[in-house]
Design a protein around this ligand. Structure first.
Ligand SMILES: Nc1nc2c(c(=O)[nH]1)N[C@@H](CN(C=O)c1ccc(C(=O)N[C@@H](CCC(=O)O)C(=O)O)cc1)CN2
Length: 301
Protein backbone atom coordinates (compact mmCIF):
# COMPACT_ATOMS: atom_id res chain seq x y z
CA UNK A 1 0.00 0.00 0.00
CA UNK A 2 1.44 3.45 -0.90
CA UNK A 3 1.78 5.80 2.04
CA UNK A 4 0.88 9.47 2.22
CA UNK A 5 1.91 11.76 5.06
CA UNK A 6 0.06 14.33 7.20
CA UNK A 7 2.50 16.62 9.01
CA UNK A 8 5.26 14.15 9.83
CA UNK A 9 2.90 11.20 10.22
CA UNK A 10 2.24 8.34 7.79
CA UNK A 11 -1.49 8.34 6.95
CA UNK A 12 -3.37 5.11 7.72
CA UNK A 13 -5.73 5.38 4.76
CA UNK A 14 -8.97 3.57 5.64
CA UNK A 15 -10.51 4.18 2.22
CA UNK A 16 -7.62 2.41 0.46
CA UNK A 17 -7.52 -0.48 2.96
CA UNK A 18 -11.31 -0.93 2.86
CA UNK A 19 -11.25 -0.97 -0.98
CA UNK A 20 -8.68 -3.79 -0.86
CA UNK A 21 -10.87 -5.75 1.60
CA UNK A 22 -13.95 -5.23 -0.58
CA UNK A 23 -12.10 -6.53 -3.67
CA UNK A 24 -11.19 -9.67 -1.71
CA UNK A 25 -14.77 -10.01 -0.46
CA UNK A 26 -16.21 -9.66 -3.98
CA UNK A 27 -14.30 -12.83 -4.94
CA UNK A 28 -15.64 -14.71 -1.91
CA UNK A 29 -19.18 -13.51 -2.71
CA UNK A 30 -18.79 -14.76 -6.30
CA UNK A 31 -17.57 -18.14 -5.01
CA UNK A 32 -20.63 -18.40 -2.74
CA UNK A 33 -22.96 -17.41 -5.56
CA UNK A 34 -21.43 -20.11 -7.75
CA UNK A 35 -22.66 -22.58 -5.08
CA UNK A 36 -26.14 -21.05 -5.11
CA UNK A 37 -25.72 -18.90 -1.97
CA UNK A 38 -26.06 -15.09 -2.14
CA UNK A 39 -24.77 -13.59 1.11
CA UNK A 40 -27.51 -11.40 2.58
CA UNK A 41 -26.95 -8.46 4.93
CA UNK A 42 -29.79 -6.68 6.75
CA UNK A 43 -29.98 -3.52 8.83
CA UNK A 44 -32.57 -2.34 11.33
CA UNK A 45 -32.89 1.42 11.67
CA UNK A 46 -35.24 2.83 14.28
CA UNK A 47 -36.00 6.54 13.84
CA UNK A 48 -34.55 9.04 11.42
CA UNK A 49 -31.25 10.20 12.93
CA UNK A 50 -29.37 11.69 9.92
CA UNK A 51 -25.99 10.18 10.88
CA UNK A 52 -27.50 6.71 11.35
CA UNK A 53 -29.32 7.04 8.02
CA UNK A 54 -26.00 7.94 6.37
CA UNK A 55 -24.16 4.94 7.91
CA UNK A 56 -26.95 2.49 7.04
CA UNK A 57 -27.09 3.84 3.48
CA UNK A 58 -23.31 3.30 3.11
CA UNK A 59 -23.62 -0.29 4.38
CA UNK A 60 -26.25 -1.16 1.76
CA UNK A 61 -24.61 0.65 -1.15
CA UNK A 62 -21.23 -0.99 -0.54
CA UNK A 63 -22.68 -4.46 0.10
CA UNK A 64 -24.67 -4.34 -3.13
CA UNK A 65 -21.57 -3.15 -5.03
CA UNK A 66 -19.78 -6.41 -4.18
CA UNK A 67 -22.76 -8.56 -5.15
CA UNK A 68 -24.41 -9.11 -1.76
CA UNK A 69 -28.16 -9.10 -1.21
CA UNK A 70 -29.22 -6.25 1.09
CA UNK A 71 -32.36 -5.97 3.17
CA UNK A 72 -33.15 -2.57 4.68
CA UNK A 73 -35.75 -2.49 7.49
CA UNK A 74 -36.94 0.70 9.18
CA UNK A 75 -39.22 1.51 12.09
CA UNK A 76 -40.45 4.91 13.32
CA UNK A 77 -38.71 6.65 16.25
CA UNK A 78 -41.68 5.83 18.52
CA UNK A 79 -41.58 2.09 17.73
CA UNK A 80 -42.27 -0.07 20.78
CA UNK A 81 -39.90 -2.67 22.24
CA UNK A 82 -42.34 -5.35 21.01
CA UNK A 83 -42.25 -4.01 17.43
CA UNK A 84 -38.45 -3.99 17.34
CA UNK A 85 -38.28 -7.48 18.84
CA UNK A 86 -40.83 -8.77 16.30
CA UNK A 87 -38.61 -7.46 13.49
CA UNK A 88 -35.58 -9.16 15.07
CA UNK A 89 -37.52 -12.46 15.18
CA UNK A 90 -38.39 -12.02 11.51
CA UNK A 91 -34.75 -11.52 10.48
CA UNK A 92 -33.63 -14.44 12.68
CA UNK A 93 -36.04 -16.65 10.69
CA UNK A 94 -35.27 -15.21 7.22
CA UNK A 95 -33.00 -17.62 5.27
CA UNK A 96 -32.04 -14.79 2.85
CA UNK A 97 -30.42 -12.89 5.75
CA UNK A 98 -27.04 -14.34 6.82
CA UNK A 99 -26.11 -11.46 9.12
CA UNK A 100 -27.62 -8.20 10.33
CA UNK A 101 -27.14 -5.25 12.61
CA UNK A 102 -29.37 -2.99 14.65
CA UNK A 103 -28.05 0.51 14.03
CA UNK A 104 -26.99 2.18 17.31
CA UNK A 105 -27.82 4.28 19.19
CA UNK A 106 -31.46 3.28 19.56
CA UNK A 107 -34.07 5.77 20.83
CA UNK A 108 -33.79 6.11 24.60
CA UNK A 109 -37.13 4.47 25.45
CA UNK A 110 -35.91 1.14 24.00
CA UNK A 111 -33.97 -1.52 25.94
CA UNK A 112 -30.84 -1.85 23.74
CA UNK A 113 -29.35 -4.77 25.72
CA UNK A 114 -32.54 -6.84 25.39
CA UNK A 115 -32.69 -6.12 21.65
CA UNK A 116 -29.03 -7.09 21.04
CA UNK A 117 -29.58 -10.26 23.11
CA UNK A 118 -32.55 -11.28 20.93
CA UNK A 119 -30.38 -11.41 17.76
CA UNK A 120 -29.49 -14.96 16.69
CA UNK A 121 -25.75 -15.13 17.62
CA UNK A 122 -25.05 -16.86 14.26
CA UNK A 123 -26.47 -13.79 12.45
CA UNK A 124 -24.93 -11.18 14.77
CA UNK A 125 -22.92 -9.17 12.21
CA UNK A 126 -21.77 -6.66 14.84
CA UNK A 127 -20.38 -9.31 17.21
CA UNK A 128 -22.23 -7.56 20.06
CA UNK A 129 -24.50 -10.42 21.22
CA UNK A 130 -23.54 -11.49 24.77
CA UNK A 131 -22.73 -15.00 23.47
CA UNK A 132 -20.28 -13.62 20.92
CA UNK A 133 -18.80 -11.12 23.40
CA UNK A 134 -18.42 -14.04 25.84
CA UNK A 135 -16.65 -16.10 23.18
CA UNK A 136 -14.37 -13.11 22.57
CA UNK A 137 -13.44 -13.18 26.27
CA UNK A 138 -12.73 -16.94 26.14
CA UNK A 139 -10.92 -16.79 22.81
CA UNK A 140 -7.40 -15.87 23.91
CA UNK A 141 -5.77 -17.84 21.09
CA UNK A 142 -8.13 -16.75 18.29
CA UNK A 143 -9.20 -20.35 17.60
CA UNK A 144 -12.97 -19.93 18.10
CA UNK A 145 -14.69 -18.87 14.87
CA UNK A 146 -17.14 -16.09 15.84
CA UNK A 147 -18.10 -12.65 14.49
CA UNK A 148 -15.88 -9.92 15.93
CA UNK A 149 -17.01 -6.34 16.65
CA UNK A 150 -16.47 -4.39 13.40
CA UNK A 151 -14.69 -1.23 14.58
CA UNK A 152 -12.08 -3.02 16.78
CA UNK A 153 -11.47 -5.49 13.95
CA UNK A 154 -11.18 -2.53 11.55
CA UNK A 155 -8.61 -0.75 13.76
CA UNK A 156 -6.37 -3.83 13.88
CA UNK A 157 -6.78 -4.57 10.17
CA UNK A 158 -5.90 -0.95 9.29
CA UNK A 159 -2.65 -1.19 11.25
CA UNK A 160 -1.74 -4.67 9.98
CA UNK A 161 -2.43 -3.76 6.32
CA UNK A 162 -0.06 -0.81 6.74
CA UNK A 163 2.72 -3.10 8.02
CA UNK A 164 2.43 -1.96 11.66
CA UNK A 165 3.37 -4.73 14.12
CA UNK A 166 1.38 -4.49 17.39
CA UNK A 167 3.44 -7.16 19.18
CA UNK A 168 4.76 -5.83 22.49
CA UNK A 169 3.26 -2.37 21.91
CA UNK A 170 1.49 -0.42 24.65
CA UNK A 171 -1.96 0.61 23.39
CA UNK A 172 -3.98 3.21 25.26
CA UNK A 173 -7.69 3.08 24.43
CA UNK A 174 -9.78 6.17 25.18
CA UNK A 175 -13.47 5.32 25.69
CA UNK A 176 -15.43 2.44 27.20
CA UNK A 177 -18.39 2.07 24.83
CA UNK A 178 -19.70 -1.32 23.69
CA UNK A 179 -18.72 -0.90 20.02
CA UNK A 180 -15.04 0.06 20.61
CA UNK A 181 -13.62 0.61 24.10
CA UNK A 182 -14.92 -2.52 25.81
CA UNK A 183 -14.19 -5.13 23.10
CA UNK A 184 -10.93 -3.84 21.58
CA UNK A 185 -8.63 -4.77 24.51
CA UNK A 186 -9.86 -8.38 24.23
CA UNK A 187 -8.70 -8.51 20.61
CA UNK A 188 -5.43 -6.65 21.14
CA UNK A 189 -4.35 -8.98 23.93
CA UNK A 190 -4.91 -12.18 21.93
CA UNK A 191 -1.78 -14.29 21.63
CA UNK A 192 -1.39 -13.65 17.90
CA UNK A 193 -1.36 -9.88 18.49
CA UNK A 194 0.26 -9.65 21.95
CA UNK A 195 -0.22 -5.95 22.64
CA UNK A 196 -0.54 -4.56 26.18
CA UNK A 197 -3.58 -2.37 26.81
CA UNK A 198 -4.61 0.45 29.14
CA UNK A 199 -8.29 1.44 28.99
CA UNK A 200 -9.05 5.05 29.82
CA UNK A 201 -12.28 7.05 29.73
CA UNK A 202 -13.78 10.39 30.66
CA UNK A 203 -13.47 9.46 34.37
CA UNK A 204 -9.72 8.70 34.17
CA UNK A 205 -7.55 10.87 36.41
CA UNK A 206 -4.73 12.52 34.41
CA UNK A 207 -5.52 11.12 30.97
CA UNK A 208 -2.48 12.94 29.51
CA UNK A 209 -0.09 10.94 31.69
CA UNK A 210 -1.45 7.66 30.24
CA UNK A 211 -1.51 8.96 26.67
CA UNK A 212 2.11 10.14 26.81
CA UNK A 213 3.25 6.56 27.55
CA UNK A 214 1.35 5.04 24.59
CA UNK A 215 2.94 3.54 21.47
CA UNK A 216 -0.58 3.41 19.99
CA UNK A 217 -3.63 5.52 20.90
CA UNK A 218 -7.14 4.41 19.89
CA UNK A 219 -9.43 7.36 20.63
CA UNK A 220 -13.14 6.51 20.62
CA UNK A 221 -14.66 8.53 23.47
CA UNK A 222 -16.73 10.82 21.22
CA UNK A 223 -15.18 13.90 22.89
CA UNK A 224 -13.98 16.55 20.43
CA UNK A 225 -10.14 16.81 20.36
CA UNK A 226 -9.66 14.98 23.68
CA UNK A 227 -6.23 13.86 22.37
CA UNK A 228 -3.97 16.92 21.98
CA UNK A 229 -0.48 17.16 20.44
CA UNK A 230 1.20 17.60 23.83
CA UNK A 231 -0.35 14.24 24.98
CA UNK A 232 1.31 12.20 22.24
CA UNK A 233 4.72 10.51 22.33
CA UNK A 234 6.68 11.43 19.18
CA UNK A 235 6.30 8.67 16.59
CA UNK A 236 3.21 7.08 18.19
CA UNK A 237 0.39 5.64 16.05
CA UNK A 238 -2.87 7.51 16.65
CA UNK A 239 -6.24 6.17 15.47
CA UNK A 240 -9.18 8.56 15.63
CA UNK A 241 -12.49 6.74 16.00
CA UNK A 242 -14.55 9.45 17.73
CA UNK A 243 -17.29 11.48 16.10
CA UNK A 244 -18.75 14.70 17.51
CA UNK A 245 -21.25 16.64 15.40
CA UNK A 246 -21.68 20.34 16.06
CA UNK A 247 -23.87 22.86 14.27
CA UNK A 248 -22.01 25.98 13.15
CA UNK A 249 -24.06 28.87 14.67
CA UNK A 250 -23.25 31.11 11.69
CA UNK A 251 -23.92 28.77 8.75
CA UNK A 252 -26.34 26.40 10.51
CA UNK A 253 -24.39 23.54 8.92
CA UNK A 254 -23.35 20.41 10.84
CA UNK A 255 -19.60 19.83 11.19
CA UNK A 256 -17.88 16.61 12.27
CA UNK A 257 -14.95 16.61 14.73
CA UNK A 258 -12.81 13.65 15.73
CA UNK A 259 -11.36 12.85 19.16
CA UNK A 260 -7.88 13.79 17.90
CA UNK A 261 -6.71 17.39 17.48
CA UNK A 262 -5.47 18.01 13.89
CA UNK A 263 -2.03 19.15 15.15
CA UNK A 264 -1.37 15.62 16.48
CA UNK A 265 -0.24 14.84 12.91
CA UNK A 266 2.87 16.98 13.61
CA UNK A 267 3.95 14.66 16.45
CA UNK A 268 2.59 11.19 15.58
CA UNK A 269 4.38 8.63 13.44
CA UNK A 270 1.15 7.17 12.04
CA UNK A 271 -2.29 8.75 11.96
CA UNK A 272 -5.72 7.61 10.79
CA UNK A 273 -7.65 10.56 9.36
CA UNK A 274 -11.24 11.18 10.39
CA UNK A 275 -13.09 10.95 8.04
CA UNK A 276 -11.29 8.44 5.82
CA UNK A 277 -9.70 6.26 8.50
CA UNK A 278 -11.45 3.76 10.76
CA UNK A 279 -15.02 4.62 9.55
CA UNK A 280 -14.67 2.92 6.14
CA UNK A 281 -12.96 -0.04 7.85
CA UNK A 282 -16.02 -0.52 10.12
CA UNK A 283 -18.24 -0.98 7.06
CA UNK A 284 -15.75 -3.29 5.29
CA UNK A 285 -15.41 -5.51 8.38
CA UNK A 286 -19.19 -5.62 8.82
CA UNK A 287 -19.44 -6.98 5.29
CA UNK A 288 -16.63 -9.43 6.12
CA UNK A 289 -18.61 -10.70 9.14
CA UNK A 290 -21.67 -11.32 6.95
CA UNK A 291 -19.70 -13.08 4.20
CA UNK A 292 -18.08 -15.26 6.89
CA UNK A 293 -21.54 -16.05 8.35
CA UNK A 294 -22.73 -17.08 4.85
CA UNK A 295 -19.62 -19.24 4.39
CA UNK A 296 -20.26 -20.93 7.75
CA UNK A 297 -23.93 -21.49 6.82
CA UNK A 298 -22.79 -23.03 3.50
CA UNK A 299 -20.31 -25.30 5.32
CA UNK A 300 -17.32 -23.52 3.74
CA UNK A 301 -15.71 -21.95 6.81
N1 LIG B 1 -24.78 -1.33 15.14
C1 LIG B 1 -23.78 -0.44 15.10
N2 LIG B 1 -24.03 0.86 15.30
C2 LIG B 1 -23.00 1.73 15.25
C3 LIG B 1 -21.69 1.32 14.95
C4 LIG B 1 -21.46 -0.07 14.77
O1 LIG B 1 -20.30 -0.53 14.53
N3 LIG B 1 -22.53 -0.92 14.82
N4 LIG B 1 -20.67 2.23 14.79
C5 LIG B 1 -21.01 3.63 14.69
C6 LIG B 1 -21.40 4.14 13.34
N5 LIG B 1 -20.91 3.41 12.16
C7 LIG B 1 -21.44 2.22 11.86
O2 LIG B 1 -22.58 1.92 12.10
C8 LIG B 1 -20.07 4.07 11.20
C9 LIG B 1 -19.49 5.28 11.47
C10 LIG B 1 -18.72 5.94 10.49
C11 LIG B 1 -18.57 5.37 9.24
C12 LIG B 1 -17.83 6.06 8.15
O3 LIG B 1 -17.43 5.43 7.19
N6 LIG B 1 -17.65 7.36 8.24
C13 LIG B 1 -17.01 8.12 7.19
C14 LIG B 1 -17.55 9.54 7.19
C15 LIG B 1 -18.99 9.58 6.83
C16 LIG B 1 -19.48 11.04 6.86
O4 LIG B 1 -19.78 11.54 7.97
O5 LIG B 1 -19.57 11.61 5.78
C17 LIG B 1 -15.48 8.17 7.45
O6 LIG B 1 -15.07 8.02 8.62
O7 LIG B 1 -14.75 8.37 6.49
C18 LIG B 1 -19.13 4.15 8.99
C19 LIG B 1 -19.88 3.50 9.95
C20 LIG B 1 -22.19 3.98 15.59
N7 LIG B 1 -23.24 3.05 15.45
Amino acid sequence: MTSQTAGRAVVLDGRAASSAIKEELAERVAALKARGVTPGIATVLVGADPASQLYVGMKHKQSEAIGMNSIQRELPADATQEQVEALIDELNADPACHGYIVQLPLPKHLDTDAILERIDPAKDADGLHPTNLGRLVLNVSGTIDTPLPCTPRGVIELLVRNGYDLKGKHVVVVGRGVTIGRPIPLLLTRREINATVTITHTGTADLSEHLRRADVIVAGAGVKHIVRPEDVKPGAAVLDVGVTRETDPETGKSKVYGDVHPEVAEVAGYISPNPGGVGPMTVALLMTNVVEAAERAAGLA
